[in-house]
Write a protein that binds this ligand. Structure first.
Ligand SMILES: [Mg+2]
Length: 265
């Protein structure tokens, strides 16, 4: 599917944008959306020019651009430097409403016993990669896909046996244990209550299950969600063929916004 063709949903959106007076609020997932999915979370690299592109877009949107990721905000900042914008990390458990403000840690860190217990549950397969993100614990199985069913069952039992308050999030080759009450949808909602996002039309671009609720949150406010092809969305059901197509669309969007702001040029 030609993500930038005028027949695609993102292409039509760009066409329509010139006729719309309402501003746009843009929410972007990171892994699998802005960048290719990497074999391990640590090895994900932002392509050259992404930092500049986000900086330009954010400026043209009056700051109404936020990266919403399962990563911690500090991790996003490091990978996107020198760009620093509004952001939500750990699926909304961390929120930075404006570039200059500190991250607002919404979630208490998980109980330290959770990490020890999840390590124990995952010990049957040494290629499982455990990532402690403070407010969540992720277990990546990209290097050991056959371990997924046993791991998932063990994590489900762990969560069911607990006092509640935790949930299991399924992502692309990852299971994540996270507090209830935080989601990418909740992050979108929080941004949309805040200047400069409030009153704009929200658009979220993502590639994973956790992004679906954020799409719904955008649609509920008159906006849209765009799907990026990957392990979850086959190309035939996606709006973008991959991160490269997303970046090309964002560059077109930046150019279009620039034109709208400077009609005399
Ligand atoms: Mg993703």
């Amino acid at each position: 599917m030609a993500a930038n063709g005028h027949s695609s949903r993102p292409g039509l959106f760009l066409d329509r944008l010139t006729r719309e007076s309402a501003g746009l609020a843009l929410f972007l997932d990171f892994d699998g959306t802005l960048t290719e999915v990497a074999p391990t979370p640590d090895s994900a690299v932002a392509p050259a020019g992404l930092s500049d592109l986000l900086k330009r877009l954010s400026a043209r949107l009056g700051g109404a651009l936020a990266v919403i990721s399962g990563r911690e905000i500090a991790d996003l900042d490091m990978r996107l430097a020198p760009f620093r914008g509004a952001a939500a990390g750990v699926h909304g458990a961390e929120i930075r409403l404006a570039p200059e403000s500190d991250a607002d840690l919404g979630a208490a860190e998980l109980d330290p016993s959770a990490l020890a217990e999840i390590r124990r549950l995952a010990a049957f397969e040494p290629r499982l990669l455990i990532e402690d993100k403070g407010a969540s614990i992720a277990v990546h199985y990209r290097a050991a896909e056959s371990a997924a069913p046993r791991l998932e069952a063990a994590l489900e039992r762990y969560i069911a046996a607990g006092a509640g308050g935790l949930r299991l999030l399924r992502g692309r080759k990852v299971f994540e244990v996270l507090s209830f009450g935080f989601s990418k949808a909740q992050a979108v909602t929080r941004f949309m209550e805040t200047t400069p996002f409030a009153g704009r039309r929200p658009v979220m671009i993502g590639d994973d299950l956790a992004d679906l609720a954020a799409f719904d949150a955008c649609v509920a406010r008159g906006g849209q969600g765009f799907r990026v092809a990957g392990e979850l969305f086959p190309a035939s059901e996606a709006d973008f063929s991959g991160p490269e197509a997303v970046r090309a669309w964002l560059a077109d969007l930046a150019a279009q916004l620039s034109y709208r702001q400077e009609p005399g040029k």
